[in-house]
Design a protein around this ligand. Structure first.
Ligand SMILES: *Cc1c(COP(=O)(O)O)cnc(C)c1O
Ligand code: SF4
Length: 460
């Protein structure tokens, strides 16, 4: 049976995020301030000062099964590690998780925990891929005039200066390039920090007067050296055509300690933001939280530092089955983000990338969820639910589908501003379909027929 809340018990998830007795009305304000990491055998002697240091977090990131076992000791059964080892062989992303995130997992119920689900693959939960899934499903490389720069929309472009992150998310849409190589993906596209490659991107951006807005992503801006961050920011801001920059980082979610203790990096970011004000331009940070349990007192302290320096932060979340499809969870999420001054911007439907079929949801799930989220808090803190279309049609409001066949699980989108005249398909996960339609997807001719039928219906 397929449900979007399988094996998750919402009340217990909420409870684990609270410091105790917060009434539901104010639950979003109840941020953990206990020494939660001390419950992990490997961190039982770690002081608060050490745990709040990004150097500790970086140095002790867990990157293989042996380290995880050493850190967790007897907290979980051996079968968990066997499940993980088997899962790694079918995972698009390598293992990398910070002590902070690891400590926020409820290890009394790791199978149902939303943070475990996002970072630690288990063979017992992986599902066969939908036949239409692709690496680089957004076709970022197809729209790249130079490696690591995607120019799809007229006035904005995506710049990838680096291919590493402080942690690796199982579901990364850029699994074709980000992180160390894996069995499933094989050798990944390498986008290491390289001044020569960056120069080619800068020259291209300068040569296109219609470009006004650059998303600096990755990989993760957290992994840029302070002087590189400043160099990129200044170089782009000084171009007369560029009006807006966004630095994308998951760091605030997975290692907020960096904002508290890496002063060189934080000062470099601040200098770029200040320069943008002098030039009457706009520089903001875009981050990525998916579940209210990811927001703690440490996040709040980090965000308070951002707020003191006047740095605007927005959040892009990814809709994931068993993580954040429950209305009460997503409402708490947007309220909690808003409370610490992070503006919820987007909720993305899961991209159609291989290896994480267990995390995808139906389009209907997100359409229903959106109704519960709109009205939960201020309109400017209400995220748009978007599908980033396969093949490079760009982001579309999920409600704007031209057609949605809930039997075949096919939705059709158009994108007149990005690819006029073209149609783009989104596919519900196989496990959400009835037996007949699962069978039809297993047959190449039936597959073609279902897609042609959807495309023809939109022509009519
Ligand atoms: C998402 C994205 C952007 C930014 O789009 P917004 O909707 O403005 O956030 C720019 N370029 C590419 C290629 C993207 O995928
Ligand atoms: S932080 Fe972003 S780029 Fe890095 S692995 Fe996670 S989703 Fe991918």
């Amino acid at each position: 049976m397929y449900t979007d809340t399988a094996h998750v018990d919402p009340p217990s998830i909420l409870q684990s995020a609270f410091s105790g007795e917060a009434p539901p009305l104010l639950a979003h304000k109840a941020l953990r301030r206990d020494e939660f990491w001390r419950e992990i055998p490997g961190y039982s002697n770690v002081s608060e000062a050490d745990f709040r240091s990004h150097l500790f977090q970086q140095k002790h990131a867990v990157t293989n099964v042996r380290q995880l076992r050493d850190t967790l000791g007897q907290l979980v059964e051996d079968s968990f590690f066997e499940d993980l080892s088997a899962g790694m062989h079918h995972a698009p992303m390598a293992l990398r998780i910070s002590p902070y995130l690891l400590s926020l997992i409820d290890w009394s119920n790791p199978l149902g925990d939303p943070i475990r689900t996002q970072f630690i693959p288990l063979r017992s939960q992986q599902q066969p891929d939908h036949p239409m899934l692709r690496f680089d499903s957004l076709n970022e490389q197809g729209d790249s005039p130079v490696p690591g720069l995607t120019h799809r929309y007229r006035d904005k472009a995506l710049f990838l200066p680096i291919d590493s992150c402080p942690v690796y998310c199982r579901f990364c849409t850029r699994s074709y390039a980000v992180g160390t190589d894996t069995d499933l993906v094989g050798e990944k596209l390498k986008l290491h920090a390289s001044l020569a490659r960056w120069d080619r991107a800068f020259e291209y951006i300068e040569s296109r007067p219609e470009l006004e807005d650059i998303v600096v992503s990755g990989g993760d801006t957290f992994n840029l050296k302070a002087d590189h961050l400043q160099l990129i920011g200044e170089r782009l801001l000084k171009m007369p055509n560029i009006r807006r920059l966004r630095f994308a980082t998951k760091g605030l979610c997975v290692m907020p300690q960096k904002i508290l203790s890496d002063n060189a990096w934080f000062d470099a970011l601040t200098r770029v933001v200040e320069l943008s004000r002098k030039l009457h331009k706009d520089v903001v940070v875009h981050t990525h939280f998916n579940h209210p349990n990811e927001i703690t007192g440490i996040t709040h302290d980090a965000m308070n530092r951002m707020t003191e320096r006047g740095i605007v932060v927005r959040c892009q979340s990814v809709l994931q089955r068993t993580v954040n499809t429950e209305p009460s969870i997503m409402q708490l999420h947007v309220r909690r983000l808003s409370y610490i001054n992070i503006h919820p911007y987007y909720v993305y439907f899961h991209d159609m990338v291989p290896g994480v079929e267990d995390l995808r949801t139906t389009l209907q799930t997100g359409l229903d969820l959106e109704k519960h989220v709109r009205g939960a808090t201020a309109g400017f803190n209400t995220p748009a639910f978007v599908v980033d279309t396969m093949g490079g049609g760009g982001k579309r409001d999920a409600h704007s589908h031209e057609l949605y066949n809930r039997k075949t699980g096919i939705a059709v989108f158009t994108s007149p501003s990005v690819r006029p005249g073209k149609k783009f398909l989104y596919f519900d996960p196989l496990a959400s379909l009835d037996e007949e339609h699962q069978w039809r997807w297993s047959q190449p001719l039936e597959r073609r027929a279902m897609m042609d039928e959807a495309l023809d219906a939109v022509n009519a």
